[in-house]
Structures are given as structure tokens and as C-alpha cells.
Design a protein around this ligand. Sequence first.
Ligand SMILES: NC(=O)c1ccc[n+]([C@@H]2O[C@H](COP(=O)([O-])OP(=O)(O)OC[C@H]3O[C@@H](n4cnc5c(N)ncnc54)[C@H](O)[C@@H]3O)[C@@H](O)[C@H]2O)c1
Length: 248
Amino acid sequence: MEFQDRAALVTGAASGIGRATALAFAAAGARVAICDLNVAGAEAAAAEAGGGAVAVGMDVTDAVSVRAGVERAASELGGLDVVVNAAGWDRIMPFAKTDEAHWDRVIGINYRGLLAVTHGALPHLIERGGGAIVNVASEAGRAGSSGEAVYSGTKGAVIAFSKALAREVARYGIRVNVVAPGLTDTPLLRGMIADGNEKLIDAIVAATPLRRLARPEEVAEAALFLASSRASFTTGETLSVGGGLVMV
Ligand SMILES: NC(=O)c1ccc[n+]([C@@H]2O[C@H](COP(=O)([O-])OP(=O)(O)OC[C@H]3O[C@@H](n4cnc5c(N)ncnc54)[C@H](O)[C@@H]3O)[C@@H](O)[C@H]2O)c1
């Protein structure tokens, strides 16, 4: 199996895309650290993943929690080969209606949290002599998404950060890539629909050439590919899983 004897840390892994990704790595033979704020959800996902998966309570916005969580994951899995940063959050609203608390929350989870986890995990990948980091951005970070201005900014930052880091850590045999999902059928998206955004979501699906939402498993496949040896000469790249909505 592709990831036999490999250890993967996945954030946001109690739900949606992160959960599907953690399960895909486990099915490919990896030992997985299922990291999330939602400990009960992480434990349920770890039980489903089997194969020595561990649930790790982690708030990516809290430096102490990240440090403790990454160290626990590395010690329980016996090092780290792969990191997938999937924890993320947003709420659709016009930029004019947002406030500083909203900016802090969106930036804190989607960008600063990803920096903290990557910073904590990097020494473990270097110690291993190589590895792969896959960051979950969004089509919003490439094209901009109305009602998601601050979120789009964080996802654009994730893409630019990933390119710069890919250049820095290539010398250690570490590749850094990005998955950019389009609208994906997850609890986060269902919450947005319940908030009254059904028409907006329907309009985006209608404008998507493949005319549907992504499934979390389809995004997970892209992350698995980018972390695998099949993508051994690919780094600093962004792979869209968006049904053709954004083509760059
Ligand atoms: N669903 C979509 O349409 C879509 C589209 C593009 C990109 N994305 C991105 O995909 C990623 C996953 O989103 P999803 O749709 O699966 O959402 P989701 O809400 O189903 O899952 C996100 C997970 O992140 C966790 N999380 C949130 N804040 C956290 C924190 N501070 N510390 C640790 N964990 C935290 C949540 O508990 C949850 O388990 C996010 O980065 C999101 O921006 C989603």
C-alpha cells in the first residue's frame, strides 16, 4: 500500500474534507493523527479509520494546543511523513458587514492556524529526511468569492505561503502543494445553506461546468495524490477540485 509505514497528521479531520482525507490516508496504509477541536468527532473518525489512528484534540488557533498536539501525534505515530492542513471556517456575509472579531476568527483558523501547525510539524518531516505537506485552500483563493472576501484573502495567502515554503524546504526532500476545492458537500457548506445562502450556492453550481457539488472523497483523492510518490516531482502546485468553475 502506498502509505504503508507512513505517518500522516490531518487537521480538521473530525468532519468533511479533513475527515475524508484522514480516512483515505488510513485506507492507503498510513497511521493517521486525526486532529480537531471537536474531540468526540475526532475519536469517531479515528475509530472508523482503524489501523492505529489516534484522535488528537487540537485548537489550531492556540499555540500551546498546537505544540502539544503535534508533539503527541509525532510521538504516538513514531514521527511524521505527511501533514494535511484542512481545518477551516467561514461564514458568508458582505465585507461591509464584517467586523474585526470576524477577521480575527477567519484569519486565525484558516491562515495563522495553518502556519502554526506547519511550523510545529516541519522539524519532524526534516528529521525524517523528507515528506509532503498538503494545504487545503479554496477556489475562493484563486478567483475571489463574493460574500467571502476575508476568507478568500486567507486562502490566497495559503496558496502564496505554500509556494514560498515549497522553495525553502525542497532541499530537505519536502514537497508542499495545495488542493483548491470548489463547493463541497460538507457540514460547513450545509451550515451556509441553512444560513439562507441556498440561492447563492445554487447559482454557483449552475455556473459550474460539471453542475454539482464536490464530494469530500474527491478532494481527499487529490490530497492523497499530491502527498504520494506519484507526485514526486510536483511542488508549489495548486490542484483544483472544482468541477471546472475556476480554470487558471
Ligand atoms: N466545503 C466547501 O465547500 C469548501 C470549499 C473550499 C474549501 N474548503 C475548505 O476545506 C476545509 C475543510 O472544510 P469542510 O467544508 O470540510 O468543513 P467542516 O466544517 O466540515 O470541517 C472543518 C473541521 O475543522 C475543524 N476546525 C474548525 N476550527 C478549528 C480549530 N480552531 N482548530 C482545529 N480544528 C478546527 C472543525 O471542528 C471541523 O471538524 C476548510 O479549510 C475549508 O475552508 C471547503
